[in-house]
Design a protein around this ligand. Structure first.
Ligand SMILES: Cc1cc2nc3c(=O)[nH]c(=O)nc-3n(C[C@H](O)[C@H](O)[C@H](O)COP(=O)(O)O)c2cc1C
Length: 246
């Protein structure tokens, strides 16, 4: 039986990160995995220093025998929370080479930072030689759909974990694998365009006229992005975002 560990890197015990990790672990359990939930708020996770590596010991021990990892971080100023970063820097994991990992970022305010923070998580997976799957960027606008996606990805993670670890052959394969993952090549304007797509599908309450206008602006921006004219795309994409933002 595969062991999946889910980590909530927020100080809110019942917040959005907790909801998303619980959903992923539900999916893992549906695939007959053993699922363990870790709230980092239950521990004192120190900043990295020579003397702090692997602390707290009982937290590092909770990862022993892990076959797959779920990590969800709230977005603070366009990046992962400090708690998530301290966890990444300081906590000692067993050999995780080639195990699957599911990263989730949740930007519960304006939504900005949902992909930049996600990239931090997947860069960390890269450094740890974890095989990241299904990067999941979450805002208030796609939250309900994301909870369902987390469940499906949790199930997939458990199935992959069950079939054994799949270590990377070499650095070139590891880099190519990372670079091919969705969202990893996103710049700021790509992130804003993603938020507009999420808003267009959300109950924004701005009415049909505003929605049609925002859609036109989005399409103009998306065309410019497709042509590599990203700086010119910023104006129409941001205007569409501001029209639908709630
Ligand atoms: C210091 C700080 C910075 C934040 N920065 C952002 C941000 O850049 N983008 C955003 O959408 N939300 C931002 N937020 C809101 C959090 O992402 C939001 O509260 C998140 O849902 C928290 O997840 P949780 O409920 O799991 O704690 C910020 C919150 C704090 C406390």
């Amino acid at each position: 039986m595969a062991k999946i560990v889910g980590v909530v890197a927020s100080l809110h015990r019942d917040g959005l990160s907790s909801r998303l990790v619980n959903s992923a672990l539900e999916g893992a359990r549906a695939a007959n995995a053993e699922a363990a939930l870790i709230h980092l708020s239950d521990y004192v996770v120190p900043q990295w220093s020579d003397g702090n590596v692997g602390k707290p010991k009982e937290l590092s021990e909770a990862f022993e025998g892990m076959d797959g990892l779920v990590l969800c971080a709230p977005v603070y100023y366009l990046d992962v929370s400090g708690l998530a970063k301290d966890f990444m820097d300081t906590v000692k994991l067993p050999d995780v080479s080639g195990i699957p990992g599911l990263g989730i970022s949740v930007a519960g305010g304006t939504g900005k930072g949902l992909t930049s923070a996600l990239k931090t998580i997947y860069y960390w997976f890269f450094c740890k030689s974890i095989r990241g799957i299904d990067p999941l960027p979450v805002s208030r606008f796609n939250l309900e759909a994301a909870v369902g996606q987390a469940r499906a990805s949790g199930r997939k993670l458990a199935e992959l974990a069950d079939s054994g670890r799949n270590p990377f052959r070499d650095l070139a394969e590891r880099i190519a694998y990372h670079q091919a993952l969705p969202f990893m090549g996103y710049e700021y304007v790509d992130e804003m365009a993603l938020l507009v797509r999420q808003l267009l599908a959300a109950p924004h309450g701005k009415g049909a006229v505003a929605e049609a206008r925002a859609r036109d602006l989005y399409e103009k921006g998306a065309r410019l992005i497709g042509e590599g004219r990203k700086l010119e795309a910023v104006g129409p994409i941001v205007e569409a975002y501001e029209m639908l933002y709630y």
